[in-house]
Design a protein around this ligand. Structure first.
Ligand SMILES: Nc1ncnc2c1ncn2[C@@H]1O[C@H](COP(=O)(O)OP(=O)(O)OP(=O)(O)O)[C@@H](O)[C@H]1O
Ligand SMILES: [Mg+2]
Length: 963
C-alpha cells in the first residue's frame, strides 16, 4: 500500500510529546489499528509518550521493550510492536499491510524523532542558539539567496526587538574600505536602495578582526562612523561582517530609531552569529550556483549533443550548432568558418548575429587571428579583449577594423571543428563585452566543439550516403529506362537524368552507327547540335570521362565533360575496333571544371548506359541467332521436338509434324513421353531421366505407329526442358539397303573393269606375241626367201648376161628394196634391238626413224627396266612420235627419259600446232584410238598418262612408270 503523506504536525513537531501524539494518530490511521501507543526511551526507561484509539490495556511495555532490544517487529496475539530509533510503535489489532508500510518508513521516523529530541535538547542553550536555530529552521536549507538574506535580516531585527535590518553585499572593495551594493532589507521602505560606505577603520574591525560594531548615537555622534550612517539616521545600530573563506562579502546591519533602545554585548554576539549564518548561506548559494551552472552547462551540452546528432543535413546542423553555442555561452554572435580546399583560407559558411557586411567581407587565414589560430593549433583559442590584445586579423577587412578601433567585438573564442577527415573549420563566438568565460567555461566550449564536430562529421557522412543513394538511383533509372526500349523519348529522358545527376545545365547522348559516325542524338535543354559539331565532340573523346576546355564545348557553355559509352567486344559494335557505342556530353554556363566526384559519377553513368545498350544489342543478336536456329530446325530432315520439364511438347519442326501428326494429332501441347507405343515408353522415360540429370543426354529407340525412331535427348539450359532429335530408322533402313545395293553394283563394275584390264593385258600380250611371230616370220621366212630369191636372180643375171642382165639387175634392185622394207616392217613390229640392246638404243632408233627431227635426252642413272616396262615405254613413244609426224607439223620433237628412284618418267614433246581435249575426244569417237590406247597401256603398266597441249603451243605427253 502507498503511505499517505506525513501530516505537518509530525514533521514540524517542536517537542517529543507533540511528535509522538502526531505519530500515534498517523500510525493508527495508516495501520487501521484499534489503538496505538508510542513509546520513547527517556533516561534509560521506555516511557509511553502518546496514545490513540482503544484496547491499550493489553499493552504493558514488555513487548515494546523486547522489540526495541531485538530491533525487529514483534507480534503477540492482538499486539504488535514496531521499533524505530529509540522509540517503539505498539499496535492493537493492526492490519499487516499497514504495519508493513510503516515499517518501510521506520528510518524516516527514526531521523524525525532524533531531530525533535535534538531540538528539545538545544532549546535550553539560550536566546542566540534559539534565534539561530529558528533562522535555520525557517530557511530549511533554502538555496534561494534572496530569501536567505531577507530572512536573516528579519531574524536579526526581531531578535533584537529592532525595527530595521538589512544584509548588504559589497560592490566594491578597495583602498581598505568598501561599499555595499545589493541589499536585502527588513523594515525599510521601498525607496531605500542600500549602499553604505565602510571606512578603513571600521572595515578593519569588521573584516580583519571579525568583530561586530555597536553604534549608539548618544555615545558615537560626531565620529566618522556616525557620518557614514547619517543617511540611515539610527539611534542604535549593530553591524556584523559577512565573509567566506577569508573573502569579505558584505555586512549585516540592524538598527533602531527609538531613542534609548540600546544594544547589549549579547545583542552584538547575536548579530554576529546571524551574520555567520548568512555568510554560510551566501557561500553555499554561490557554490551551489556555480555547481548548478556547471550542471546546467553539462546538461545543456548533453542536450545540445543529442539535438546536433539528430540533425543530419549540414545545412541544418551548422545553424543548430550556432544557435546552441550562442545560448550556452551567452555569446552575442557566432560563425562557423569552413576551411577551403586550398588548406589556407577559412570562409564563413554559416553565421548567427554577425553584421552581414562582416559575413560578406571577412576571411580568416590559417595561423592568423583567433579563428586562424584555432584552425592551426586545433585547440580552443580565447581572446579576452581584442581592444587590448593583439591577435591580428585574417583578412584586410578585419585588420582595418581593428586598426580603426571599429572591430565590433571584444571577447572572441575560436573553437576548432575537427572531424576524422581533418579540420572542418572553426566555430568562432563573439561577445560585445570582454570574454565572460572562465577556464572551466572554456573547457566546456572545447567539449561543445567536439560535439559539434561529431555532428558535422555525422551530417557529412549522411550527406555522402544520400549522395551515393541519389547517384545509384540515377544509375538504376538510366539502366531501367534504356533497358525498356531505346526510342527517342527514352534516350532524351536518359539524357535529362544524366545531365541533372551530373549537376550540369544541358546534355546530350549520341549513339554511333556501324561506321563510327553519330547516327542518333538525344538532347536535354539543348538544341540538337549540327553534324560537324557532333563530329568535333566525337574527336574529343578520350578513354574515360574528360573535362573539355571552353573552346571544345558546344557554343555558350563555360565548361563541359564528355565520356564515351564503351560497348566492349559485342556483335555489331562497329568497325572501329574500339567498341564505342556513343558518348555522353554535358555542359554548364559556369567555367568551373567538373569535380573529381562528378567525373567519377559520369563514368558510372556512362558505364551503366553502355552496359544496358550492349545488353540490348546482344539481345537483338540473340534473336537473330534464334531465328537462324529456328530456320535450321524448320529445314532439318531430322525430327526435332522440344518439351518443357513436364514433357509437354512446346515445339515440333515440320519434319516431325509431317511424319508423326497423321498418327498422333497436333504435337504442340501433347505429352512427349506418351507418344511411343507402350512397349517403348519405358525406353523413352529412361532416356528422358538421363538427359535431365546428365550433360551427356539420353538416347532411345522407340516405336511410334509404324515408325521406328532413334531419339537423342538433351537438356536445354538450366532445367528449362529437353530437346529431342529423332531419326526415322525405317527410312534409314531403306537408305542402308540402297547403299548396299549400290555397293554391290560398284563391286560388280569394279570386278568387270579388273576383268577387262586383265583381258586387255592378255590382249596386249597376245598382240605383242603376234607381232613378234609375224616379225620373226617376216625376218626368218619372208626375208630369207626374198634373200634366196635375190641370190638366184643375181646368179641368173650373171648367167644371162647382155640385155637380160640389165632387166635382171632391175628386178634385183626391186627385190633388195622389198627386203629392206620387209626388214623395217619387221623391226617396227618388234624391234629386235629392244630385246638385244635395250630401251635407250631402241628409242634412239625410233627417233632416227621419225620424219620430224627428234632428239633423245636422258637424265638420272641409266638402267634396264623389266621387259614389259621397256616395251610399254617403247610403244608409248612410238605412238606419240607417230602422232607428232602425223598431226603436229612440228619443227622438232624430243623424247626425255628421266630415271628416278624406283620409277622412270618419259615425256615426248613437240613444238607443233597443239590440240585440245575436245579435238582428241572427237577423233576418238570417229575411231582414232591412238591416245586412248596410250592411256590404257600406261594404266596397265601401273602408271598414268598426262597430256599437256593447247592450240599453237605444241604438245607434251608424259607418263611415269614404276621400275
Ligand atoms: N602431237 C600432236 N600434234 C597435234 N595433234 C595431235 C598430236 N597427237 C595427237 N593429235 C591429235 O589428236 C588426235 C588423236 O590422236 P590419235 O593418236 O588418238 O589418233 P590418230 O593419230 O589421228 O589416229 P590413230 O593413232 O588411231 O592412227 C589426232 O587425230 C590429232 O588431231
Ligand atoms: Mg595416233
Amino acid at each position: 500500500m502507498t503511505l499517505p503523506p506525513f501530516p505537518p504536525a509530525l514533521t514540524n513537531a517542536s517537542s517529543v510529546a507533540g511528535f509522538a501524539a502526531a505519530l500515534a494518530e498517523f500510525a493508527c490511521r495508516v495501520a487501521g489499528a484499534h489503538g496505538v501507543r508510542v513509546w520513547v526511551v527517556h533516561d534509560a526507561h521506555l516511557d509511553a509518550v502518546a496514545e490513540e484509539g482503544r484496547g491499550l490495556g493489553l499493552s504493558d511495555g514488555t513487548l515494546a521493550g523486547r522489540a526495541l532490544a531485538g530491533g525487529a517487529v514483534l507480534e503477540e496475539g492482538m499486539l504488535s510492536a514496531l521499533p524505530f530509533g529509540c522509540g517503539v510503535l505498539e499496535f492493537v489489532g493492526a492490519r499487516p499491510e499497514g504495519l508493513e508500510a510503516l515499517q518501510g518508513v521506520s528510518p524516516l521516523l527514526t531521523l524525525a524523532l532524533e531531530g525533535v529530541q535534538a531540538r528539545e535538547a538545544r532549546r535550553g542553550h539560550g536566546r542566540i542558539a534559539e534565534t539561530v536555530e529558528g533562522l535555520v529552521r525557517r530557511l530549511g536549507g533554502s538555496l534561494n539567496l534572496r530569501e536567505v538574506l531577507t530572512v536573516t535580516a528579519q531574524s536579526a531585527a526581531l531578535a533584537l526587538g529592532f525595527s530595521r535590518a538589512f544584509v548588504g553585499l559589497f560592490d566594491e572593495v578597495q583602498d581598505g574600505g568598501a561599499r555595499t551594493g545589493e541589499v536585502f532589507t527588513y523594515g525599510f521602505d521601498d525607496a531605500f536602495t542600500g549602499g553604505i560606505g565602510v571606512g578603513p577603520v571600521s572595515f578593519e574591525r569588521l573584516m580583519t578582526r571579525g568583530e561586530a560594531i555597536r553604534y549608539d548615537r548618544a555615545r558615537d555622534a560626531g565620529t566618522p562612523f556616525a557620518a557614514s550612517l547619517a543617511e540611515l539616521g539610527p539611534e542604535v545600530a549593530v553591524l556584523a561582517p559577512l565573509s567566506a573563506r577569508g573573502r569579505p562579502l558584505g555586512l549585516l546591519y540592524v538598527d533602531s530609531r527609538t531613542p534609548g533602545a540600546g544594544a547589549s554585548e549579547d545583542d552584538a554576539r547575536l548579530v554576529l552569529a546571524l551574520a555567520e549564518q548568512a555568510s554560510l548561506a551566501i557561500d553555499n548559494a554561490r557554490l551551489y550556483a556555480i555547481e548548478t551552472r556547471k550542471r546546467e552547462a553539462a546538461e545543456a551540452l548533453r542536450e545540445a549533443g543529442a539535438a546536433l546528432a539528430g540533425s543530419l543535413h549540414l545545412s541544418d546542423t551548422l545553424p543548430r550548432v550556432l544557435e546552441r553555442a550562442v545560448t550556452l555561452f551567452h555569446a552575442d554572435a557566432a560563425a562557423v568558418y569552413e576551411l577551403q580546399p586550398d588548406g589556407r583560407t577559412l570562409n564563413i559558411r554559416s553565421a548567427l548575429g554577425l553584421p552581414s557586411e562582416y559575413v560578406l567581407r571577412v576571411r580568416a587565414k590559417v595561423g592568423a587571428g583567433v579563428t586562424g589560430r584555432a584552425a592551426e593549433r586545433r585547440e580552443v583559442v580565447a581572446a579576452r579583449d581584442l581592444t587590448t590584445e593583439h591577435y591580428g586579423g585574417g583578412s584586410r577587412y578585419t585588420r582595418q577594423l581593428l586598426a580603426q578601433g571599429k572591430y565590433p567585438y571584444r571577447g572572441v573564442v575560436g573553437l576548432p571543428l575537427v572531424t576524422r577527415a581533418g579540420v572542418f573549420g572553426v566555430l568562432t563566438l563573439y561577445w560585445d563585452a570582454p570574454l565572460p568565460l572562465d577556464e572551466d567555461d572554456q573547457a566546456l566550449c572545447g567539449v561543445f566543439a567536439a560535439q559539434a564536430s561529431l555532428a558535422i562529421e555525422n551530417a557529412r557522412l549522411y550527406e555522402e550516403e544520400l549522395r551515393r543513394e541519389r547517384e545509384s538511383a540515377v544509375l538504376l533509372n538510366v539502366g531501367r529506362l534504356l533497358g525498356e526500349d531505346q526510342g527517342d523519348e527514352t534516350l532524351a529522358e536518359a539524357a535529362r537524368l544524366s545531365t541533372l545527376a551530373l549537376s550540369a545545365g544541358r546534355g546530350l547522348i549520341a549513339l554511333l552507327g556501324e561506321g563510327g559516325e553519330v547516327t542518333r542524338c538525344a538532347t536535354y535543354n539543348l538544341h540538337p547540335p549540327r553534324p560537324e559539331e557532333l563530329a568535333s565532340l566525337l574527336s574529343q573523346l578520350g578513354r574515360g570521362p574528360r573535362p573539355l576546355a571552353r573552346r571544345a564545348c558546344l557554343p555558350v557553355a563555360g565548361s563541359a565533360l564528355i565520356v564515351p559509352l564503351h560497348g566492349g567486344d559485342v556483335v555489331g559494335s562497329g568497325g572501329d575496333g574500339r567498341g564505342i557505342l556513343g558518348f555522353l556530353y554535358v555542359d554548364d554556363p559556369g567555367t568551373e571544371p567538373p569535380s573529381d566526384r562528378v567525373l567519377a559519377l559520369a563514368r558510372s553513368v556512362a558505364d551503366q548506359m553502355a552496359l544496358t545498350l550492349t545488353r540490348e544489342r546482344l539481345l537483338v543478336a540473340l534473336e537473330r541467332e534464334e531465328a537462324r536456329y529456328r530456320q535450321l530446325a524448320e529445314g532439318a530432315h531430322d525430327l526435332i521436338l522440344s518439351a518443357d520439364t513436364q514433357g509437354i511438347i512446346t515445339y515440333a519442326n515440320p519434319a516431325a509434324a509431317r511424319l508423326l501428326e497423321p498418327l498422333t494429332g497436333p504435337l504442340p501441347g501433347a505429352q512427349v513421353l506418351s507418344l511411343p507405343t507402350p512397349a517403348t515408353q519405358g525406353a523413352l522415360r529412361a532416356a528422358w531421366d538421363a538427359a535431365s540429370t546428365s550433360l551427356a543426354g539420353g538416347r532411345a529407340e522407340i516405336q511410334v505407329g509404324s515408325y521406328r525412331l532413334e531419339v537423342r535427348l538433351s537438356a536445354v539450359g538450366a532445367g528449362e526442358g529437353v530437346l529431342l532429335v529423332a531419326r526415322d530408322l525405317s527410312e534409314l533402313q531403306t537408305l542402308a539397303e540402297e547403299i548396299t545395293r549400290r555397293g554391290q553394283a560398284l563391286e560388280a563394275a569394279t570386278s568387270r573393269t579388273l576383268e577387262l584390264r586383265s583381258y586387255l593385258t592378255l590382249f596386249t600380250q597376245a598382240q605383242e606375241e603376234e607381232r613378234r611371230r609375224i616379225s620373226r616370220e617376216l625376218h626368218d621366212d619372208t626375208a630369207q626367201v626374198l634373200t634366196a630369191t635375190t641370190r638366184r636372180v643375181a646368179r641368173l643375171a650373171r648367167e644371162l648376161g647382155g640385155e637380160h642382165k640389165e632387166r635382171a639387175d632391175d628386178i634385183l634392185g626391186d627385190l633388195n628394196a622389198a627386203i629392206e622394207s620387209v626388214r623395217r616392217f619387221a623391226r617396227n613390229l618388234r624391234p629386235s634391238m629392244l630385246d638385244d640392246l635395250g630401251l635407250l638404243p631402241a628409242l634412239e632408233w625410233l627417233a632416227s626413224q621419225a620424219q620430224t627431227e627428234t632428239r633423245l635426252e636422258i637424265s638420272g642413272q641409266e638402267r634396264r627396266l623389266s621387259p614389259a616396262a621397256e616395251l610399254t615405254v617403247f610403244r608409248l613413244a612410238q605412238e606419240a612420235l607417230n602422232n607428232v609426224d602425223k598431226h603436229a607439223h612440228a619443227h622438232t620433237a624430243a623424247i626425255r627419259v628421266a630415271f628416278g628412284a624406283g620409277q622412270v618418267r618419259v615425256a615426248i614433246s613437240d613444238d607443233g600446232r597443239g590440240f585440245t581435249a575436245e579435238e582428241a575426244e572427237a577423233q576418238a569417237r570417229s575411231g582414232h584410238l591412238g591416245l586412248l590406247g596410250l592411256r590404257e597401256r600406261a594404266t596397265l603398266a601401273g602408271g598414268e598418262l598426262e597430256v599437256v597441249s593447247a592450240p599453237g603451243q605444241g604438245a607434251t605427253l608424259a607418263f611415269t612408270l614404276p621400275g
